[in-house]
Design a protein. Sequence first.
Length: 114
Amino acid sequence: MLIPKTNYWAEIDGEVVLSDWRVQLLQAIDEAGSISGAAHQLDIPYRLAWERVHEMEQRLGQPLVDAQAGGAGGGGATLTPLARDLIRRWRDFRRGLETLVAQHFDAAFGDDAP
C-alpha cells in the first residue's frame, strides 16, 4: 500500500533556515541547556549542531541562542525569544499537515493505490 511521506523546510534566498530537524535541534538545546547536550541528545557531532545554529542565525540576521563558553563552571545555552517564537510558529504550521496530505493523497489515489 502506498503511503505519502513529506518533508518541509523554509528558506531565505535558497538557503535552509527552518526544518523539522532544525526546530528539533533548537528544542534539544532548550531542554539540555547547552549545544553540546543537545548534540548528545540528538546523537550528532557538536560541530554539526553548532554549524546549523550558526547558519540559522546568519540567514535570519538575528541570534537564536545565547551561549556561554565553558570553563570551571561549565558553559550553557539558552534560546532567545525569537527562537522560542520560531519553534511555536513551526509547530503551528506543521499541525494538521500530515492529515491534509493524507486526504489529498486519498482523493488522488483512493482505493486504487497499489
